[in-house]
Design a protein around this ligand. Structure first.
Ligand code: FO1
Length: 346
């Protein structure tokens, strides 16, 4: 197989040269673009911040599904079919648990359980989730920084016609069957964004903020709702670019499309752009949705139409390149505008 070109993306001359890129990700969908970005950005210039509102305590273990999905994906160890969990897994513990009548609905592979054991052990010794994530990522050979959005507890709760469910109970145990009436993020009002996240958001070395194609409502919004994050993003000179997780009215992964229907939101990329609203400098549409470009641009963000469905590693790398080029272009445009308005070029 031809060696995939993954030389660093940013040319010395570019507006992003030497700048840092911050990617916001949930689980499987976002992790794909995070992987693409990790192949074209050096470890010193890319941080992936992951949602932790899907986390839960299960079987006495502290489980962080989005952190693990990003970590395994960047380590090249994830199960490619599922997206989550490890490749070449065995399920002896789940089978034995089933025999004992234990809760085996949340599929924890034998090797995956080691991650949860080690994380739980370190958390119970008082380590922060960031410290534990740095430790585990390094052990798995992940060079790029993976950052929990907060070290505090934030938990998505889904109100359904079958009562209040924790996110994994809704998403996995109930397979997204119950109709959603609403959802909330328990703990969001008191949780603090990680210090490293706020330092990045406030840094003039930040060159771009990429909102990866995860579920805007339950995977990205918890990050945006943490105190100070939205304000810092609005104040930052770095362009904020979101990649639509909805293509031609279908959610690529997870309950995004079903949630939008049940929350009476139109299942379109435009509804996603509107959801992020004034935060966005740019929005990346799949080429098949290019007919939406003008109406989205009327609301504010610039739009780029490129292939966004990522089936192969080459697709992940190409989308990362396209998004970074878009960020460079937006930065050039805004620097140009600043020069024009300040009359520098007179
Ligand atoms: N998703 C499932 O649909 N079924 C599972 O049994 C399951 C187990 C699981 C174990 C560890 C882990 O890190 C993720 C796991 N996921 C499973 C995925 C997870 O529920 C979702 O990826 C995220 O919470 C949504 O972003």
């Amino acid at each position: 197989m031809s060696q995939l070109l993954s030389e660093p993306m940013i040319a010395e001359t570019s507006e992003l040269a030497g700048k840092h890129v911050l990617a916001l990700s949930g689980g499987v969908g976002g992790a794909k673009l995070a992987l693409g970005l990790s192949k074209v950005m050096p470890a010193t210039q890319l941080t992936v911040v992951a949602n932790t509102a899907d986390d839960f305590n299960h079987l006495g273990l502290s489980i962080s599904p989005d952190l693990d999905t990003v970590m395994y994906t960047l380590a090249g160890m994830n199960n490619q079919q599922q997206g989550w969990g490890l490749a070449n897994e065995s399920w002896n513990t789940m089978d034995a648990l089933e025999t004992l009548g234990g809760d085996s609905w949340f599929r924890l592979g034998d090797r995956d359980i080691a991650t949860h054991l080690e994380r739980s052990q370190r958390l119970s010794r008082g380590d922060s989730l960031s410290t534990v994530t740095d430790y585990l990522s390094k052990k798995l050979g992940v060079a790029h920084r993976i950052l929990p959005m907060t070290n505090d507890s934030v938990r998505t709760q889904i109100t359904t016609d079958a009562g209040l469910l924790a996110f994994q109970e809704y998403f996995v145990r109930e397979q997204c069957e119950p109709a959603i009436i609403g959802y909330s993020f328990a703990g969001i009002d008191t949780a603090k964004p990680t210090k490293a996240l706020m330092e990045l958001l406030n840094s003039d070395q930040l060159g771009a903020i990429i909102i990866c194609p995860s579920n805007p409502f339950v995977s990205v919004d918890p990050i945006l709702m943490l105190s100070g994050v939205r304000e810092a993003m609005l104040k930052s000179r770095a362009p904020v670019i979101a990649v639509s997780p909805i293509v031609a009215g279908q959610a690529i992964k997870g309950p995004a499309a079903k949630m939008m229907k049940e929350l009476n939101l139109p299942v379109t990329a435009k509804a996603v752009a509107e959801f992020y609203g004034e935060l966005l400098s740019g929005f990346v549409l799949d080429a098949t949705d290019s007919d939406l470009a003008c109406s989205i641009e009327n609301d504010g963000p610039k739009v780029a139409c490129v292939p966004t469905v990522m089936k192969t590693l080459a697709d992940r790398i190409q989308l990362a390149r396209d998004v970074l080029s878009f960020a460079e272009q937006l930065t050039q445009n805004s620097n140009e505008t600043k020069r024009m308005t300040s009359g520098e070029n007179r």
